[in-house]
Design a protein around this ligand. Structure first.
Ligand SMILES: Cc1ncc(COP(=O)(O)O)c(C=O)c1O
Length: 380
């Protein structure tokens, strides 16, 4: 059986062959602990420092502003809980479409005496910056709004929000797990104070992430241990995966334009293929130009998305709603927040291309998806 065409790059990406080749030396030979004083320790320490520089270069930061973590979930937890630890304020502003890695932290904080304002989104999943400004209270301690959504690819106006936050003296965090490596994510251009990064969304392995912490931002550790990562994230560094993340960032910077074009071209071939088969028999929930170049949030009215995904599962890998709740038949909180009609929300698929998706694969996937849509419309 042929391998299914993989169109779920927002769930995770394969490891880039260059990244895999680079990280192998730290598996095979260079296993030193970065805290050790002898040569093997220095080798590992240098590798971690090199990775810190590579991540910093990609996002326009200083190396000492990069903290390595185990994943974007940890980065988000550290950013939110670590900033709040030093603040009196008990009010947080976030959006209604955040990933559970932010949502669940906020839900927990609500049980601890914090109040949370969830900024609503329009039908394309975008917040209005002025809604953030209106939500600010005297005790607002943190604003956290994602750079791009995992289900729809919708890009939020984070530089405007950062400007608003700073005019009011409030710290601003963005979850950039989906955007780093897909669109420019320069911390100076956006003005964010904290930014979460996920390795496995950008061709590095799963289980590594980073948090950008702008110099001067007050943040406290939420785990206790030895003093690694300036004491902000103690624990022996995962040298193999940190080195891999660094390499992935170097490649993302080097190949950024080429990769964006490849993702976008594949997405456009897919869309054109679907249009050729189905005419206007589908609805796009995201707006091009305001969303990631690789993501289609697309509904096929009259067809249940779960049935469609199951029908084509051996040939094309795509997800309904967020991959994190792939088995759920619940309308995802993101689509709910967009107030989509239930008939559209339950018919919505997320198709996400990557740097390896070829136009031929995209066209073939469009044939398969459209064929299944037509068949299900006839039989359902
Ligand atoms: C926007 C967003 N934030 C956070 C995460 C969590 O990332 P990780 O799996 O690295 O913890 C994801 C993963 O799907 C995501 O899409």
């Amino acid at each position: 059986m042929e391998k299914p065409i993989y169109l779920d790059y927002n769930a995770t990406t394969p490891i880039d062959a260059e990244v895999a080749a680079y990280m192998k030396q730290f598996i095979d030979a260079h296993y030193g602990n970065p805290s050790s004083g002898y040569a093997a320790g220095k080798f590992a320490r240098d590798a971690v420092q090199k990775a810190r520089e590579q991540v910093a270069t990609l996002i326009g930061a200083r190396p000492d502003e990069v903290v390595f973590t185990s994943c974007a979930t940890e980065s988000n937890n550290l950013a939110i809980l670590g900033v709040l630890k030093g603040k009196q304020g008990r009010h947080i502003i976030t959006s209604a479409v955040e990933h559970p890695a932010v949502m669940e932290v906020c839900k927990y904080l609500a049980t601890q005496g914090y109040s949370i304002t969830y900024i609503p989104v329009d039908k394309n999943g975008r917040i209005q910056p002025q809604d953030v400004e209106k939500a600010i209270q005297p005790d607002t301690a943190l604003i956290s709004i994602m750079q791009a959504n995992n289900e729809t690819g919708t890009i939020q106006p984070i530089s405007e929000v950062a400007g608003i936050a700073h005019r009011h003296g409030i710290v601003f965090h963005t979850d950039a797990a989906q955007s780093v490596g897909k669109i420019p994510a320069d911390v100076n251009a956006s003005g964010v104070d904290l930014m979460s990064i996920a390795g496995h969304k950008m061709y590095a392995p799963k289980g590594v992430g980073a948090l950008y912490v702008k110099k001067g931002t007050a943040i406290q550790n939420i785990m206790f241990g030895a003093g690694q990562e300036s004491g902000i994230r103690p624990g022996t560094e995962n040298v193999v995966h940190i080195a891999a993340l660094g390499k992935a960032c170097e490649i993302a910077l080097r190949d950024g334009e080429k990769n964006r074009l490849a993702m976008q071209t594949a997405r456009d071939h897919l869309l054109n293929g679907l249009r050729a088969h189905l005419g206007d028999g589908f609805v796009l929930n995201n707006v091009f130009g305001q969303s990631l170049p690789n993501t289609l949030s697309i509904a096929f009215p009259g067809v249940h998305a779960h049935k469609l995904a199951a029908q084509i599962g051996n040939e094309v890998s795509i997800s309904t709603g967020s991959a994190c709740h792939a088995d759920s038949i619940e309308i995802s909180p993101v689509l709910k927040a967009m107030q989509l009609d239930a008939s559209i929300a339950t018919a919505t698929l997320r198709i996400s291309t990557g740097k390896y998706t070829t136009p031929q694969e995209a066209e073939k996937a469009a044939d398969i998806v459209a064929g299944a849509v037509l068949w299900l419309r006839k039989t359902e």
